[in-house]
Design a protein around this ligand. Sequence first.
Ligand SMILES: CC(C)(COP(=O)(O)OP(=O)(O)OC[C@H]1O[C@@H](n2cnc3c(N)ncnc32)[C@H](O)[C@@H]1OP(=O)(O)O)[C@@H](O)C(=O)NCCC(=O)NCCS
Length: 170
Amino acid sequence: MLYNNIKISPAKIDDVCQDWVDALNNPEIVKYSNQRFRKHSISSQTSFLKKKLADKSSRIFIFKNDKEMIGVGEISKIDFKNLNAEISYMIINERFWGKGIGTQIVQKLILIGFSELNLKKLYAGTNSSNIGSQKVLKKNAFQIEGTQKKHLITDEGFEDKILFGIVRST
Ligand SMILES: CC(C)(COP(=O)(O)OP(=O)(O)OC[C@H]1O[C@@H](n2cnc3c(N)ncnc32)[C@H](O)[C@@H]1OP(=O)(O)O)[C@@H](O)C(=O)NCCC(=O)NCCS
């Protein structure tokens, strides 16, 4: 089923909720993220978001359906001189995985990065075993730009980091 009732909005402090905190504490969801090394709470997440909202090199967005939060996407490390930035994304509940939502989130981040922020280049990095994330990037026309060998650690051991990028054509 393709989800088509997803709304995106810039994150605000009110968006901090138990579902988001639970996701950050869920080993399956944060398997590929450094978030797994911390214990999260409403209070820690509120502090995190406050810092992010004050950070001029970052834009953070919340994706929701009519009832609940579904995911989060970020454009970070925005370099307004070289016009590039990194994107990252997380769907906070596994029941929303595999429905095309990750693909839609990346599509929106590209639109904002290129059309609103006027950036020229977006990049992302994924663990070599994170096939879902790589597919989401490829479906959005990101190209593989390189591999950093044994760059990331997971519970299974060291893994390569696959570097992806997309350049605005105009
Ligand atoms: C990675 C993630 C964003 C993928 O989102 P998603 O909504 O499940 O992806 P989509 O439904 O848009 O799927 C895109 C493609 O990837 C495939 N896919 C998704 N998850 C997959 C998985 N675990 N293994 C293999 N293929 C997968 C889908 O089948 C689809 O392929 P198709 O177009 O050939 O049918 C989501 O799993 C997630 O949030 N994971 C936790 C956080 C994370 O890993 N973030 C990325 C860090 S780099």
